[in-house]
Design a protein around this ligand. Sequence first.
Ligand code: ACM
Ligand code: ZN
Length: 531
Amino acid sequence: MKPEPSIIPRPATERYPGGEIRWTPAEKGSVFAGPGCRSVAALAAALLSRAPGRDWPAVDDPRGAFLRFELDASDGAYADEGYGLVVDADGVRCRARSAAGLFNALQSLRQLLPPAIETAGGLSSGFSLPFATVEDSPRFSWRGFMLDEARHFHGLETVKALLDLMALYKLNVFHWHLNDDQGWRLESRRYPELTRVGSKRRDTVIGGFGAAALAGISYQGSYTQDEAREIVRYAAERHITVVPEFELPGHASAALAAYPELGCTGGPYAVRIGPGIFKDIYCAGKDATLSFIDGVLDELCDIFPSAYIHLGGDEAPKDRWRACPACRARIEREGLSGEDALQAWLFNRAAERLAARGRRAIGWNEALNPALRPDAAAQFWRGGKAVMRRHLRGGRSFIMSDFWRAYLDYDYCLHPLKKAYAYEPVPAGLPEANVLGVESPLWTEWVADRSRLDWQTFPRLLAGAETAWTRRDRKDYRRFESRLVEHLPRLDALGVRYAPRAEWNPPPPIRAVKNACFLVRMATNLRRRAE
Ligand code: ACM
Ligand code: ZN
């Protein structure tokens, strides 16, 4: 018996009554696009046109159309991004209240089609579709993936490929980490030294996690503003919002190397080669820093239309601020209680600049402070659980990215697939309404190329996608794993070099030994960095 179709993330309700509809290239194909449905119909036509010599014209008459898209905005018919999908002897019908919902319906339809649909010419002999009735909507509105391109620059083609894969799994936020100690990756017209100096490092670390070997060659990469706009457009066509991150006040070495006057000591500073948490951060006392932050934020707002801009806020040691006369004077002048309050003051000032452009700020949870603007969202990753709970209960919006569950940058011994899948992002007893959603970050200190990136990300990102989309009572690891195994030929067809099944959940003794080695290496690394 054929296994049930496997749509990932698992829909809210799905029925497969048996039977299938067959389409062969000898038949004409057509797509009916109701009012407002042209763009999704065009995407569907492009997908189905992979059968050579066939195109799928959009027609105005639903009768006889193989595939029909219609919007239905009547009260209660569909949730915002939800949809209905029916496959029966009459063909395929997709209905939703929004274009995003129809796009999600198309992604489910795509997963009902044979994996050969993913390759050019793959459908040369036609296809069958199982009869299906799917009614679906997401649990969370924020379903994110974060890519760090400061530590390693992956480039336009990889980012587009990742956006395609995000769309397939109904992920809708691409959090783009574009600057850090090891590189500044986005052109600034006001501050050209950011990429001229800040996008290059003298050398780069090679080898696996925790390795100290150097390549012996310099490393660089950056996007022009036009390229970033191309990514924003490409993402928007897939109903994905790009949220850029401008790290403040720490992880600033690349920017300080370019503009040393923005640091407390005045430098000189270097773009960092290896990973770490560095003491040189932006000087919050100098007015030059404030106008730099405003200038960068204005440019980001011009390029990225996202409702949120990420302001970082994690891992910012205060050693320099404590010793800096300008920072001390700012604390005094503003009547602040100390360095943590100064960080909140700096964050709020940047958030106000964003608010003037109709945008909201997000900060990593270390930025949480009683003085933080209530409309700023927080992204929880680790530590400070009591503080997180207090802010969440108090009404602050959160994105959940627990290090032990959602992070993609460690191996499967530390973060097995099963553990990633088990992530419940809403802390017990706290209001779900304040959790915007879930995000899976990929930090790339040790991820230098696409094949490593694929291995880290897949299939764990699919677990993250299911946590973000599927209601809690519909999640079940055993079923997920068997659906995933059915799904792998599609990732093969897409050329994704995912981690093989044997590596998803290493046996406990292997995990224990490898994790002990890992923790020793991490501690050695931290010591080395502190020296
Ligand atoms: C982080 O992983 N430093 C947010
Ligand atoms: Zn200072």
